[in-house]
Design a protein around this ligand. Structure first.
Ligand code: SAM
Ligand code: SF4
Length: 375
């Protein structure tokens, strides 16, 4: 690494503390290349991230901002893990302490017009070879022992795997990583269509404690325009099934997805979906489109993005319409302009007050700088 890149990397480590809040953070960063395009708002995917999956109970290699940071040493430690990664790998921010275990590569759907996370050819969807995954679990057990408390099954929708394969992995985690208390993964509503409630309960009993499901919107027109391949009803059904099985649901909604024209419907119907399903966790991200949204507009030519004021107004409509009993809410993903955290409904009035203050006096609000935003 030359000196210039090293200096840039150091700058980015300062930023990554914030980026570490993101809902779907590329695992962690040892080096970031091409940062300029991201820093200048050049796109959500302007940075290339080297990854590590060391749980925090191992030495914390990441988010150091020191110029003395030894990347070679970090890389060597990371290479020590008996797990094969195909970059980029995404995981939710709340899985920062987890061992990231790929059981698939890519996303089994991979057709949402806003999402390019798994579009590179080398991220084409496939199930990992079972023997390879089982060997990784066994070797992780030998090398990391009781230091692993949480495991995140990657990649984009690990629940696409047949129940039998998932049960095999969960059992192996139990056997070799006996200190693990929580296993989680991303999940699409369609992943559950062929899985019975009984099967989901068995997965829960074997340790699958939580899934992250990108509902994105509760509005059927928006969902069709972005090619999510789901509807209000199919998403509701999946969330209810997970809830009935005792698996905790963390739902993602995309602020701005409906653009100017469908903003109100998107906000109101998304709130209706969340109210109907009462998930344990809810997070909002702001849609960020690469290539200035060219790919997105292929399916939705007259889509007009919301500006910062429109995004905040949509958030105000969404929060106002939420009627939740006990849902942990986070709008702390790096794509958000305004960071919001609380429990709904208890904190609804405070959260609304924060959004309204940012709408009326944006210059006084703690808004994230544009260059700090990313996916
Ligand atoms: C890594 S993806 C995997 C989630 C899973 N495949 C699903 O769709 O439920 C996690 C989330 O990233 C978000 N995401 C993807 N592309 C995005 C974009 N261009 N802008 C903002 N958020 C995006 C979506 O909310 C998506 O659900
Ligand atoms: S299902 Fe999820 S990961 Fe797959 S393309 Fe859509 S948002 Fe991206």
């Amino acid at each position: 690494m030359n000196g210039q890149v090293a200096a840039r990397t150091t700058t980015w480590h300062l930023a990554l503390g914030r980026l570490g809040d993101s809902q779907c953070t590329p695992l962690c960063a040892l080096e970031v290349e091409g940062w300029r395009s991201t820093a200048e708002g050049g796109g959500a995917h302007g940075c290339r991230v080297w990854l590590t999956a060391l749980p925090r109970s191992r030495p914390r290699l990441l988010r150091r901002s020191s110029a003395a940071h030894n990347h070679k040493e970090d890389r060597a430690l990371n290479d020590d893990l008996p797990i094969r990664y195909i970059e980029p790998v995404y995981r939710p921010p709340s899985e920062a302490d987890s061992l990231i275990l790929p059981v698939t590569d890519g996303c089994s759907w991979n057709k949402c017009s806003f999402c390019e996370m798994y579009s590179p050819p080398h991220k084409r969807f496939r199930a990992r070879d079972q023997a390879e995954v089982l060997t990784s679990i066994r070797l992780c057990g030998e090398r990391l022992g009781d230091s692993v408390r949480r495991v995140f099954l990657a990649d984009g929708d690990a629940l696409a795997l047949p129940t039998r394969s998932l049960m095999g992995y969960l059992s192996a985690i139990r056997q070799h990583l006996s200190a693990v208390r929580r296993v989680s993964s991303y999940c699409l509503a369609r992943n559950l269509r062929k899985k019975s409630l009984q099967e989901l309960r068995e997965l829960r009993d074997l340790g699958l404690e939580r899934v992250y499901l990108g509902a994105e919107s509760g509005d059927d027109t928006v969902l069709a325009r972005v090619n999510k391949g789901e509807t209000f009803e199919s998403t509701r059904e999946a969330l209810d099934k997970l809830g009935a099985a005792g698996i905790r649901r963390s739902v993602m909604i995309l602020n701005g997805l409906g653009g100017v024209a469908l903003s109100r419907l998107h906000a109101e119907n998304s709130a209706r979906l969340i109210n109907a399903t009462q998930p344990e966790y809810l997070s909002t991200l702001v849609v960020m489109l690469a290539d200035g949204g060219a790919r997105y507009r292929e399916r939705w030519p007259d889509w007009q993005p919301l500006g910062q004021d429109g995004l905040l107004a949509e958030m105000e409509m969404f929060l106002s319409a939420l009627e939740l009993r006990r849902t942990i809410f986070r709008a702390d993903h790096a794509s958000n302009w305004l960071v919001l955290k609380g429990t709904l409904g208890a904190d609804k009035a405070r959260l609304l007050q924060q959004v309204r203050a940012a709408i009326t006096r944006p210059e006084a609000a703690p808004l994230r700088a544009a260059w700090m935003r990313g996916l």
